[in-house]
Ligand binder design. Structure first.
Ligand SMILES: NC(=O)c1ccc[n+]([C@@H]2O[C@H](COP(=O)([O-])OP(=O)(O)OC[C@H]3O[C@@H](n4cnc5c(N)ncnc54)[C@H](OP(=O)(O)O)[C@@H]3O)[C@@H](O)[C@H]2O)c1
Length: 330
């Protein structure tokens, strides 16, 4: 039986320092469990946060990182129905994709349509579903809108995978979207994704005459705090879903805006409460968005798992031109 090569985190720290490649046993799947031969896994910022120990209250060491990827069912435990060896699936709801063979309960595995490529399938879940949840949250805030016509929405870290999906998705629903980025280089890379010129954010606050009805923020820190204080209209929505700056938004910026709604959105909360039927519907929406191009990801490079250190360096490089994928089969 082939070995199970895995990336393993046995202690918290900088991902480049603490993630080790190990050979793990490959036991037969227990009843209700599916073994998946992983074909591709994505590297997302959210994979690295637990490695640092940031979620140590809900992380058990050791663990294999990787919340997103696609693979082929290789073995099934007793009692598994609806899946068989050879089926291509997305395993959801837990980390563990950065290894050659993953075991997950069958109810957390979802079939992938045959028309999606391996790369599309490996990036079909985390960012597309988060984008759809963010769009739905904006609609809900403004009274259950069916579209976003005319709403002025600022999107920070607009060059990220989710940022690009938001630019396309929100504009397709009629919103007037402004891309907020941290460098001229990233602004230039957005090309036809934007109608209005992107705004490069820096130490200076934006002009107060730039006003948004909603800000969707993945940066936090000073950039997010300044947008919340100065550039959100009364009754507006500040929706935070990431903190790429590594710094939370200052509490006094939040307290100063009693006239707006400040909220967080975590995909995890939805995934662990929605139930299988709702997750299946959400995934179908993701697949449709990928086919239309609104929820697709550019791929910057694919590395074998054996070169994970290079993959992580590339992932952390500024100005990276898309997602980094891992092929755990080599
Ligand atoms: N809440 C949730 O459930 C949820 C789900 C998924 C993802 N997320 C979060 O969403 C964010 C984006 O994820 P992703 O997969 O789309 O990222 P990604 O494609 O890996 O891109 C991240 C990009 O953000 C930009 N960036 C990094 N630090 C920045 C900073 N301090 N200020 C401004 N821009 C910065 C960089 O672009 P440049 O180098 O071009 O400037 C970087 O390439 C992450 O924070 C992630 O944790 C949250």
């Amino acid at each position: 039986m082939a070995d199970n090569i895995a990336a393993l985190v046995a202690e918290y720290g900088r991902p480049e320092d603490v993630i080790r490649l190990v050979d793990r046993p490959r036991p037969a799947p227990e009843p209700g469990i599916v073994e998946i031969a992983v074909e591709r896994a994505a590297i997302n910022p959210s994979d690295l946060i637990p490695v640092t120990g940031a979620y140590s209250n809900r992380t058990v060491l050791p663990f294999v990182p990787g919340f997103e990827g696609v693979g082929i069912v290789s073995r099934i435990g007793a009692g598994v129905t609806g899946l068989k060896p050879g089926d291509r699936v997305l395993p959801l709801g837990a980390s563990g994709l950065w290894q050659a063979y993953l075991q997950r309960p069958a109810e957390w595995c979802f079939a992938v349509p045959g028309d999606l490529s391996t790369e599309q399938a490996a990036t079909a879940y985390v960012n597309p579903m988060t984008t759809l949840r963010l769009s739905a949250a904006v609609k809900e805030h403004f009274g259950g809108l069916s579209e976003l016509i005319g709403l002025r929405i600022g999107v920070t870290a607009a060059g990220s995978a989710i940022g690009r999906m938001l630019l396309k998705t929100l504009a397709a629903e009629g919103a007037r979207v402004t891309a907020l980025v941290r460098s001229e280089g990233t602004a230039g890379s957005l090309g036809t994704l934007v109608d209005a010129a992107p705004i490069v954010t820096g130490p200076q606050a934006l002009d107060a005459d730039i006003v948004f009805d909603a800000v969707i923020d993945a940066v936090g820190g000073d950039v997010g705090g300044a947008l919340l204080r100065n550039n959100l209209s009364g009754g507006g929505l500040f929706l935070q879903y990431g903190a790429l700056s590594g710094i939370p938004i200052a509490q006094d910026a939040i307290s100063a805006r009693t006239d707006v709604r400040f909220s967080f959105l975590w995909l995890r909360s939805f995934v662990h409460s929605a139930g299988r039927a709702a997750l299946g519907i959400a995934l179908e929406q993701c697949f449709d968005g990928i086919r239309r191009g609104t929820l697709s990801s550019a791929i910057a490079a694919t590395y074998p798992l054996s070169r994970l250190d290079e993959a992580l360096s590339h992932h952390l490089a500024s100005g990276r031109a898309g997602k980094i994928l891992i092929d755990p089969r080599c």
